[in-house]
Design a protein around this ligand. Structure first.
Ligand code: PLP
Length: 348
């Protein structure tokens, strides 16, 4: 994208400000032999008496290496939801700018837009759940700062086609966010590999899904160093707490556990896909590249209530565009999935 001008997209107030210089920016606990009398902390060691590293350097190094990007191309947040919120606040002027989302998709893009008083424009996905590129480009105007793509998409489970995403990256004049919360469940390569080709690209990922760490809240944003610098300016200094940084590093070190669980989830997804296809009241099983499966049923409200009666909570997605009478099943443990399958057989 030759004409991309980041400076023109950043909000003027953000451009003008300096980032808060915190006590821990210059010297951190790893600076051996230093006495820290700079941050008004309690000096008695408890493991968490010090403020955490505002730049999460150790954790970023591990995550950046895993993902084949530079640490300077990475921002960590209190969940990827915080990363998405920071993107809004860095680029969108309230009551003036707008963004484009592609329903059916993740609901937080719209909630964050509403929270920040940014108009959220919708361009429904095509019937095959792929982006309608001409319509998106037609709708975008000078005030359209962000375009949210989710791949694999929640709740439909499919990847966005590479040629269509490339076209959007090349032709959309704002920032393109590709939300890869479910990237671990597909064989497809992350768009983070393409950061150097696309200066307008932000890729978000999370440790909440495949890594099994939804409770610690750790999200990842990856983009050009220039974009990351802008986001760093406005992020709360200590947005990722020490316990989260520790736990994330521990879990990533146990790569075998992650791999084992991931493999089981993928096998179970296949097993579920087959079993759901056998049911009489499930009329369509959408292929999934994520850890959930969307199905169309005869009567979603009725079936949802039946599942609740049987002690199984699923997600009714019927109110979303293109999703009339759909339910979304997360892939559970083998025992949980067996219970789901047995229950469905009884419901027939
Ligand atoms: C679950 C989910 C997230 C949330 O990630 P957190 O890191 O837990 O905030 C983001 N995007 C999509 C599409 C999701 O489904």
């Amino acid at each position: 994208m030759s004409s991309f001008n980041l400076n023109a997209l950043v909000r003027p107030n953000v451009k003008a400000m300096r980032r808060y210089a915190s006590a821990r920016d210059e010297y951190s606990d790893s600076s051996a032999g230093m006495v820290f009398l700079d941050a008004n902390e309690n000096p008695f060691e408890s493991g968490v008496n010090r403020y955490p590293d505002p730049q999460q350097r150790k954790l970023k190094e591990i995550l950046a290496q895993q993902r084949g990007v530079n640490s300077s191309q990475m921002l960590l947040g209190n969940g990827s939801d915080e990363v998405l919120d920071l993107i809004y606040r860095a680029f969108c002027i309230p009551e003036k700018d707008n963004v484009i989302v592609l329903p059916p998709t993740y609901g937080m893009y719209t909630v964050l837009g509403e929270t920040n008083a940014i108009e959220v424009c919708e361009v429904q996905l095509n019937d095959d759940f792929q982006p309608n590129v001409p319509r998106i480009l037609e709708l975008a105007n000078a005030s359209t700062k962000l375009l949210f793509l989710c791949s694999p998409n929640n709740p439909t489970g499919n990847l966005m086609r590479t040629d269509l995403v490339t076209a959007l990256l090349n032709e959309f004049h704002g920032i393109v966010i590709i939300d890869e919360a479910y990237i671990d469940f597909t064989e497809s390569e992350s768009w983070a590999r393409q950061l150097n080709q696309f200066p307008n690209l932000i890729v978000t990922q999370t440790l909440s899904k495949a890594y099994g760490l939804a409770g610690i809240r750790l999200g990842i944003g990856m983009a050009s160093t220039d974009i990351i610098e802008v986001l760093n300016k406005i992020k709360p200094p200590y947005n990722v707490n020490q316990l989260t940084q520790n736990k994330a590093a521990d879990r990533i070190a146990k790569v075998k556990d992650y791999e084992t669980e991931r493999k089981i989830i993928l096998q179970e997804r296949q097993k579920l896909e087959y079993a759901l296809g056998q049911s009489k009241f499930i009329t369509q099983v959408f292929p999934s590249e994520a850890n959930f499966i969307l199905v169309r049923v005869d009567n979603a409200e009725k079936r949802y209530a039946e599942f609740i009666d049987k002690g199984i909570v699923v997600r009714n997605r019927s109110k979303q565009a293109l999703c009339a009478n759909t339910l979304r099943f997360t892939v559970g443990t083998p025992a949980e999935n067996s219970k789901l399958i047995t229950t469905i057989q009884e419901m027939n």
